[in-house]
Write a new protein. Structure first.
Length: 285
């Protein structure tokens, strides 16, 4: 859009955009630099972007190879987050795509009500569901278990809506041709429609991975024991001073940096599919 303006206006526009980009990147750069500082340097020069004496002691401590990371069970947090994220991501992709296809293609009584319900769920603030969620988990006897951490996250209204919109953009002639060949609804969905939905599937996968990896409030009300702490709940307790005295800025920001890397790498590797899938369904054939 800036290409339509004269050169001086374009230069000014790109300068403003670059300034905002650097402003948004500054906290991450400070986090990255602080993770390689010592505690005294981080306290005396918290905003410096170039450590005077870079050290990787923080990462050795977090991974247990430094011999002094007993108070920070980072690997246990990482294992819990990885387990929950992988299971939730696979479940959401499967259930969201199946539900989206049913709402997009199948005709049954109450379909419009279900579509309206999915849209309404997207408008509900998650915070209002915290107490009911705790009561349900406690009543079912799955509070403070992996089951209670995973099962409520297996369905996502936004993912169902994205898949529904994408399936509606696929020409019906493709499914009708498969139906003439004798394929049923299940075979059409699994072998015909789903392989054509790669952009939407990647979008739902990225959103599910990011959402479950960064999930905090659900794990806060679904667990109590430290054995089930994830990166988000563990880091929250760490930052609040629950695992040691002192500021420990390099250790805290180093742990936060390591927890950010998987989502960042996944997004940058698949961002073109994410953008394509996010726009899918906006134009129907």
């Amino acid at each position: 859009m800036l290409a339509r303006f004269p050169r001086p206006a374009r230069v000014a526009g790109y300068t403003v955009l670059l300034a905002f980009a650097l402003l948004y990147a500054l906290p991450f750069l400070v986090q990255l630099a602080t993770a390689f500082k010592s505690d005294p340097e981080a306290a005396s020069h918290p905003l410096s972007l170039l450590p005077s004496d870079p050290t990787a002691a923080v990462f050795r401590q977090l991974t247990g190879s430094g011999g002094s990371g007993e108070g920070v069970p980072f690997l246990r947090w990482l294992g819990n987050s990885t387990l929950v994220t992988v299971v939730v991501t696979l479940g959401r992709v499967l259930f969201d795509s199946a539900a989206g296809y049913a709402l997009a293609r199948l005709r049954f009584r109450g379909r419009a009500v279900l579509v309206a319900f999915v849209v309404a769920v997207m408008a509900v603030p998650p915070v209002v569901l915290l107490i009911p969620k705790f009561l349900v988990l406690n009543t079912l006897g799955i509070f403070d278990t992996y089951t209670g951490m995973i099962v409520p996250l297996l369905f996502d209204a936004a993912g169902i809506f994205i898949m529904k919109q994408f399936f509606e953009s696929i020409p019906r002639e493709v499914e009708e041709a498969a139906r003439i060949d004798g394929a049923g609804v299940g075979r059409i969905f699994w072998y015909v429609v789903l392989p054509m939905s790669r952009p939407a599937l990647i979008t739902v996968t990225l959103l599910s991975f990011q959402g479950s990896w960064n999930e905090f409030t659900h794990f806060l009300v679904a667990t109590q024991s430290s054995d089930y702490e994830t990166l988000t709940t563990g880091l929250a307790r760490f930052v609040s001073g629950g695992l040691g005295a002192g500021t420990q800025y390099p250790l805290k920001l180093g742990a936060a940096l390591l927890s950010t890397i998987p989502v960042a790498v996944l997004f940058f590797c698949f961002q073109r599919y994410f953008i394509r899938g996010a726009n899918a369904g906006s134009v129907k054939e």
